[in-house]
Write a protein that binds this ligand. Structure first.
Ligand SMILES: Cc1cc2nc3c(=O)[nH]c(=O)nc-3n(C[C@H](O)[C@H](O)[C@H](O)COP(=O)(O)OP(=O)(O)OC[C@H]3O[C@@H](n4cnc5c(N)ncnc54)[C@H](O)[C@@H]3O)c2cc1C
Length: 457
């Protein structure tokens, strides 16, 4: 008789924590293996010592009103607050509030998933050719491109229109154009999971890397490298929730998992046909909200005191946001896709320098002055982090059905969850990760119950 758990979960991010706690509450013995010294994965909240405010290094926003996240936060009576304020833009060297959204919307609404799939770039060229475009149409094209690569951390030449349409439809259902934050940031969700792990008696091995999974139908041996060296644990089922970037890593690279025998060809194709997007964010804390009286000059013009987002085509950090409705002296810079690639592997001082250079270009404040105002900067490099290898996934052109193929269990033994495996159109989000954990739990529970029944357990 096996003494191992009923289920091994690889990865303690939102997906793994959801499935592990649900299944443990249903009576399964569950062990989670986590490579990091903390749970949460790409949710990583710090607390700023000066203001006691949450500082997010990974996920920050609750996009819309997703029941997956809100149900869990409600159980802890966590308050959520909507982001409000004005959207500002930097266009042709000038700062002003933005009025391009309806035009971008009208471009995006022309995407049609009943037509053969194409990349967003090809779609754009077909729907709104740049030749003969008026300056205003040209601007709308650029903002649409910026939106697709910024929000999805995606290469417009690779991301598929079918995938984008599915995501937009899913977002509409939850009012995804609104953005919320939990009172103490996403730490509230992680605290909830920690309580659930304790209450359900889930065992958690941190600082432990899964290196290999040797499997046959109904049995898996998982080779680990932990603080005490190498070991093996086995279980009839394993749920793999590591990020897509980790599944794509080459054998021998840190964090990569070898499968013996290899995963079936269909699964390998799916792993290759979804893309791990790149994004970097920097959080800057200043002495004061120095932007509140900008732009300088005309005294009667609107000031940036009420700014929520600042959009631009800057090459380093095109998008910025504030902490509104909390008026704190923090600015968050967002560098997606190519901009993130340029920052990958660079040290923090380089990232800070690039971010201040951008603020200088956008706000017209000298770099020297900005350096004097800066108190502290927070940054995490998700691109070179061996346990994420990117920010979040997106669907490639021609990749219909790939999330489903990524999610599909193998021989009732290997199960898959994680944001990239979400099949409801919410890839790349926390609620998508939770939804995938719920889906995997629903697959595993009947399989395990039947086995226990056969064994008389
Ligand atoms: C910069 C950034 C900003 C984001 N902003 C938002 C946002 O505003 N709103 C939003 O909804 N989403 C956002 N996201 C996306 C969101 O964070 C993710 O979709 C979600 O957290 C993924 O959860 P997961 O469980 O699928 O994966 P993860 O959280 O990555 O969990 C997987 C776990 O597996 C572990 N692991 C990896 N390899 C191994 C191994 N070999 N052995 C053992 N363990 C291993 C990892 O350490 C990790 O803990 C953002 C992500 C990033 C990076």
């Amino acid at each position: 008789m096996s003494t191992g758990p009923d289920l091994i979960v690889v990865g303690a991010g939102a997906a793994g924590l959801t499935a592990a706690t649900t299944l443990a509450h249903a009576g399964l013995s569950v062990t989670i293996i986590e490579a990091r010294d903390r749970i949460g994965g790409r949710i990583f909240t710090l607390r700023d010592p000066k203001y006691g405010a949450p500082v997010e290094l990974g996920a920050e926003f609750i996009h819309g009103l997703p029941p997956e996240t809100l149900t869990l936060l409600n159980q802890r009576q966590v308050r959520i607050r909507e982001m409000d304020g004005d959207n500002w833009c930097f266009i042709d060297g000038k700062l002003g509030t933005c009025d391009f959204f309806s035009e971008v919307e009208s471009i995006l609404s022309k995407m049609d998933d009943r037509k053969p799939d194409q990349s967003f770039l090809d779609f754009l060229e077909e729907c709104c050719p740049s030749a003969n475009a008026s300056p205003r149409q040209q601007h709308s094209r650029e903002w649409a491109l910026g939106y697709v690569s910024g929000f999805n951390a995606a290469d417009p030449a690779l991301v598929g229109v079918h995938w984008l349409v599915q995501g937009m439809r899913a977002e509409e259902e939850i009012e995804g154009d609104r953005a919320f934050r939990a009172e103490h940031g996403y730490a509230d969700l992680i605290d909830f999971f920690q309580e659930q792990l304790d209450a359900a008696g889930v065992s958690l091995l941190q600082n432990t890397i899964v290196e290999e999974i040797r499997w046959s139908p109904g049995r898996a041996e998982v080779a680990l490298l932990g603080p005490e060296g190498a070991s093996v644990i086995s279980a009839p089922r394993v749920l793999i929730t590591v990020p897509l970037g980790v599944l794509q890593a080459q054998s021998g690279e840190k964090g990569a998992i070898r499968f013996a025998p290899d995963l079936p060809q269909q699964k390998q194709n799916a792993i290759r046909n979804v893309i791990m997007g790149q994004a970097a964010r920097v959080v800057l804390r200043f002495h004061e909200r120095f932007w509140k009286d900008l732009p300088s000059g005309n005294k009667s013009s609107k000031k940036m005191d009420g700014m929520s987002f600042l959009f631009s085509h800057d090459k380093s950090f095109p998008t910025w946001w504030t902490t509104l409705p909390e008026k704190l002296p923090f600015l968050v810079g967002w560098a997606p896709f190519r901009a993130a690639e340029a920052l990958a592997g660079k040290d923090k001082s380089f990232v800070i320098e690039q971010s201040l250079n951008t603020l200088h270009r956008l706000l017209g404040v000298s770099v020297q002055e900005l350096e004097g105002l800066l108190e502290h900067a927070y940054f995490h490099d998700w691109q070179t982090d061996p346990f994420s290898r990117g920010a979040y996934s997106y669907g490639k052109v021609g990749g219909d059905g790939m999330s489903e193929a990524l999610a599909r269990p193998i021989d009732n033994t290997l199960f898959f969850a994680g944001e990239a495996t979400d099949v409801s159109g919410h890839n790349g989000t926390v609620h998508g990760a939770i939804a995938s954990g719920n889906r995997a739990a629903a697959e595993i529970l009947p399989a395990t119950a039947a086995r226990k029944l056969r064994a008389g357990g």
